[in-house]
Structure formats: structure tokens, C-alpha cells
Design a protein. Structure first.
Ligand code: DON
Length: 561
């Protein structure tokens, strides 16, 4: 065992043993730079790039590849995502590296002959996989903004894959939960399948993944979309009746899109446009919160939770009707964000009455003619990047590409398989998000950056499917309205309403018994869950220092210097 392995093992042990059950009031502080990501080892990789003089985008590329190794349930090269960037000169950009439906995908591919949706087809196995976008995304980010050599940014992930690391208790639990799915989805036994189950501190090395990453290191995006790795993906698809072909891989392009910009109580909020619903939804929710002055009510009090639920159900109804891939469907973004539209959209909200979701439909807007993971990084020059990437559900479609050592996404489930039939996250869609060849499926991922008085203030984002929208929304409110530190805002218990089902989803202990009773009297019903969101965010404090808020719901880690 090399000394480097010892260091990695030690690091993993140290960090896994301080797996937070209670979180501090203030998160990690840095005078110059900060990385917050889902795993201590990926945070260490990103921080090291920054210390070597790399910029925030260099660090993002290295962090993303490291996550693909140490956080296999959501970190990925077989998935896709979005980045929102704000450079120190104030310029902004958004990169879409969302997966696409393969060219052979069909509108009714997940329905049986009677027109019933066969749920598992879009979540487990080869058909569930969209054409991956992550490697093209990292390549594009680096081509445009990178300052260190590409190979230097991929190499740390190769080292981690080859030399190995110790898994955390959370990862062991997630791997154990999916043993049956792994067996069902694979025609051979990938490394994740383990007879007697996994435990914290089990040692994992991934030589096949190291080899795949080496092709990417040496040939850039072509190392994934062409050559041996592409052949391995296509062979895997053929074995499992999947649809992704060489043409799909070669045609995949990450796309630069204009970020969405809105305001909230004197702040400028920059977020992701479609095919994510994130920017539209959060900017609508913030308009609602400002109009109704949600912040005047105590955090998670009856009035605050009620108003947020009423705002959220209207926004989710709009999402369901209007949002989809803008290259395939005319998404009325400007109309949905217009202050006039939102003033009337939220006008019928009453402080002492609920509006049943059955009384709410997607708003009429005038048409003009024509298991995810998030990280936030700020570098010493003040450049910021907010990136959320995903395989969709934990370990994606559970299919490990034979010989290549990585798992494919099950992002096809983010399409609407049939109008009105909910997907895994209970989200309903229609025409805007119907399956079509080459189309990008609608996302909730919401990488977001907030400015105040022309300066960087926050870098935000979270995994969590539909709850991404509401947990990013609440994290913004927690800092701006409730004056929490970044760590408090991230750790604070969250609540969620998504129109359908018509109920408030709340973290256990998020709201008091008395508040629950009061909300029930107003007509709300509840589902209680262990965790909502996993926000990894950065705040530029009044004193100029950076505070990283790492979510205590996972193994997440903030570190700065
Ligand atoms: O893009 C989306 O909205 C979903 N695929 C995100 C899935 C997710 O966040 C799962 N993580 N917990």
C-alpha cells in the first residue's frame, strides 16, 4: 500500500467519523476560497486545485470527476447536469449538459399495449438511460474557462479510483438498499454487488473506472463519446435492449444558455433556464414570497409554512403545464417570470384558507408568436460556480457498463411517460415534457447564484428531485429574511408542497405540533420524511469572509483557505 493510500484512508476515516448529527452555527470559513461538495474527498480534490492556482471552473471539473469515484450514487460520468457561473467581473453564464433521449426513443416507450405506464422501465435497466452529458459538460467548461491543464484535473479522480478509499456509513447503507436492483439490472456482477453487504470503512478501488477516466484524461470528451468507452457503452446497450447508439454519443453537445435573472428584496438572483425548471420555479416562488412578505412571519410558523405551500402549489402547477426542453417546446419563460403574471397568479392566496390543488391548474400565459449532487465553489479571485449533476435516482438505472466501471443514469423517468401519470418524484407533466428523440427531459436542478449590490453574495443548490426547487427557495429566504448563517440556513428543516399530491411534505421536527394542528385546521395534510434536500452552499459574509454550509444530512464537507 502506498503512502498516498494511507493518507486517503486516514482522510476518509477522519471525515466519516465526524459524520454530523448536529451541525455548528457557522460553517467552514475561508478568507480566499471555498469548496462545498457531497463528500470530503471530492472537496479535498477541489480545494487542492484552488491551492495550486486553478480557478473555480478548474476546481469544479476536478470535483465532478472525483465525485464520480467517491460518491457513485450520484457523482457521475454517466449522468448529466447544469452549471451556473459568475465571474469576478460580474459576467454570468449557464451550461446545460443535461442528458438527452436517444434518437430511437418514442413518446410511448414506457407504456404497455393498453397504454398503462410500466413504471420500472423508466427507472431500472438499460431503457431508462438517457445519453450522458457530464463529460461533454466538463470538457466545455474547461475549454471556455479552464486555466490548468485538463489532464491535471482528471488525474486526482484516476488516483482515487485506482488506489481506493474507504466508504462512509451512508454510502454503505445506500449500496445495501439497492443490492436487489443491481442484481436485476446487470447480466454480470459489478463491484457494487456484495454477498454479505457493505459496511462503513469498507475499502473500494475501481480499476476499470480508473481506465475509463484515463481515456478521458488523454482524449478529452472523445475519450468518452468515441473509442473504447463508447464501444463499451453501446455493447452494454445491445446486451440489455437499451437505445443509446454511437451516433447518439457522437452527437451529444453541451449547450451554453442565457442564465435567468430575477430579483428578491434587493438581491439579484441568477439561475438555470430550461430544460431545468429550477430557475423559473425559484424565481416565481421568490416573487410570491416578496409579494406576500413571507419573511415577516417566524421561520416555519403556521403562516410562513401555509403561504409557502400556497405559493409552491401554484408554481408546480405551472411547471407541469409549461416547462420542458425549449429546443422542442415553446416554454413561456418571460411570461411566467413577469411581475404582472405572478401578481395575478398569487393574488387569490389567503392567509386563513387553503386552495385545494384540484382548484388549481397551470396558469394561462399569453403565448407569444413564436440521487443528484450539488457543489458550490468560489476561488481566490471571486469567480463562482454552482453545479448540480445527477444520475436521477441513486445509482441511476443500476446498470454498470461492463468493463468501463461506471453506472448509467435513469433520467428518462424525468420525462412525462404519459400525460397526468406521475413520475418517480410524483411530478406530472404533459406535452411540454413528452418523450421525443433527442429531447432533453425536464429537470428540477437549480444551481443558483445571488448577488447584492453588484457583488457576489451566495452560491446555492441541492439534490432532491422536486424538493430541490423548494429547498433552494427556503435556503435563500433563510439567509435573506431570517438572517441565518449559511450553515444554519442549510441545516434548517425544510417543508415542501408540489401541487400534486395535495399535501405538505415536511422533515420530522420541521414544525411544532401546535403548528401542524393549525395547518391541519386550514385544510393542509402532511407527509413526514427524514430528509429534504442536501444544500451545499457558500455565503460571502459582511466581513468579506466565505462561509461554506455543508449539509449535515449527508457526508458533505465544506473547506476553505
Ligand atoms: O433532474 C432532476 O430534476 C432529477 N433527475 C433530480 C433527481 C434528484 O435530485 C435525486 N436526488 N436526490
Amino acid at each position: 500500500m502506498t503512502s498516498r493510500i494511507y493518507i486517503l484512508l486516514l482522510l476518509a476515516l477522519t471525515f466519516s467519523s465526524c459524520n454530523l448529527t448536529t451541525s455548528p452555527k457557522v460553517g467552514a470559513l475561508g478568507d480566499h476560497a471555498m469548496v462545498v461538495s457531497a463528500h470530503p474527498l471530492s472537496t479535498a480534490v477541489g480545494l487542492n486545485v484552488l491551492k495550486q492556482g486553478g480557478n473555480a471552473i478548474d476546481a469544479a471539473v476536478a470535483t465532478q470527476f472525483a465525485l464520480a469515484v467517491v460518491y457513485p450514487r450520484a457523482g457521475n460520468i454517466g449522468g448529466g447536469g447544469f452549471s451556473v457561473i459568475r465571474l469576478t467581473d460580474g459576467s454570468i453564464a449557464a451550461l446545460d449538459f443535461r442528458e438527452k433521449a436517444p434518437a430511437q426513443a418514442e413518446r410511448k416507450m414506457f407504456q404497455d399495449s393498453l397504454g398503462n405506464v410500466v413504471g420500472e422501465l423508466s427507472t431500472i435497466g438499460h431503457l431508462a438511460a438517457g445519453v450522458p452529458g457530464s463529460v461533454a459538460g466538463m470538457w466545455e467548461l474547461h475549454q471556455k474557462y479552464g486555466s490548468l491543464p485538463w489532464a491535471d484535473l482528471v488525474q486526482p479522480a484516476i488516483d482515487l479510483a485506482f488506489e481506493g478509499f474507504l466508504i462512509t456509513a451512508n454510502e454503505a447503507e445506500a449500496l445495501n438498499e439497492k443490492q436487489e436492483d443491481f442484481r436485476q439490472a446487470n447480466h454480470y456482477r459489478p463491484w457494487v454487488v456484495r454477498e454479505n453487504g457493505w459496511q462503513a470503512n469498507d475499502y473500494v478501488n475501481q480499476p476499470q473506472l480508473a481506465a475509463t477516466l484515463s481515456f478521458i484524461r488523454d482524449s478529452g470528451r472523445d475519450g468518452f463519446y468515441k473509442g473504447i468507452v463508447a464501444q463499451q457503452i453501446v455493447k452494454e446497450m445491445q446486451r440489455g435492449n437499451g437505445l443509446v447508439t454511437h451516433e447518439d454519443l457522437q452527437n451529444y453537445e453541451a449547450i451554453w444558455r442565457a442564465p435567468l435573472v430575477g430579483t428578491y428584496r434587493g438581491h439579484r438572483v441568477i439561475s438555470m433556464p430550461p430544460p431545468s425548471s429550477g430557475g423559473v420555479a425559484v424565481l416565481q416562488m421568490l416573487q410570491g414570497a416578496e409579494l406576500l412578505n413571507v419573511g415577516r412571519y417566524e421561520h416555519n410558523s403556521t403562516n410562513a409554512v401555509h403561504l409557502m405551500a400556497e405559493i409552491e402549489r401554484r408554481v408546480f402547477a405551472d411547471r407541469s403545464k409549461h416547462l420542458g426542453d425549449p429546443d422542442y417546446f415553446q416554454v413561456p419563460v418571460q411570461q411566467l417570470l413577469s411581475p404582472d403574471y405572478n401578481a395575478s397568479r398569487f393574488a387569490d392566496i389567503s392567509i386563513d384558507q387553503t386552495t385545494p390543488s384540484t382548484d388549481i391548474q397551470g396558469g394561462e400565459v399569453p403565448y407569444e408568436s413564436p440521487e443528484t449532487t450539488h457543489f458550490s465553489i468560489v476561488d481566490a479571485d471571486g469567480n463562482a460556480i454552482s453545479t448540480t449533476t445527477t444520475l436521477n435516482l441513486n445509482y441511476g438505472c443500476k446498470v454498470w457498463v461492463k468493463g468501463a466501471g461506471f453506472v448509467l443514469n435513469n433520467e428518462m423517468d424525468d420525462f412525462s411517460s404519459k400525460p397526468g401519470v406521475p413520475n418517480f418524484f410524483g411530478l406530472i407533466g404533459a406535452e411540454a415534457n413528452a418523450i421525443a428523440p433527442g429531447k432533453r427531459m425536464l429537470s428540477s436542478m437549480t444551481p443558483t447564484i445571488v448577488e447584492k449590490d453588484g457583488a457576489l453574495k451566495m452560491v446555492l443548490g441541492s439534490p432532491g428531485g422536486a424538493t430541490i426547487l423548494t429547498s433552494v427557495f427556503q435556503t435563500v429566504l433563510n439567509v435573506i429574511d431570517y438572517e441565518m448563517t449559511m450553515q444554519e440556513a442549510v441545516s434548517a428543516k425544510k417543508v415542501h408542497h408540489q401541487w400534486l399530491p395535495d399535501q405538505i411534505k415536511a422533515e420530522t421536527d420541521a414544525i411544532s405540533l401546535k403548528t401542524i394542528e393549525e395547518l391541519e385546521q386550514l385544510g393542509h395534510s402532511f407527509e413526514f420524511v427524514d430528509k429534504i434536500g442536501r444544500n451545499d452552499c457558500i455565503l460571502v459574509r459582511e466581513d468579506g469572509r466565505l462561509e461554506g454550509g455543508a449539509d449535515p444530512r449527508g457526508d458533505d464537507k465544506a473547506a476553505g483557505f
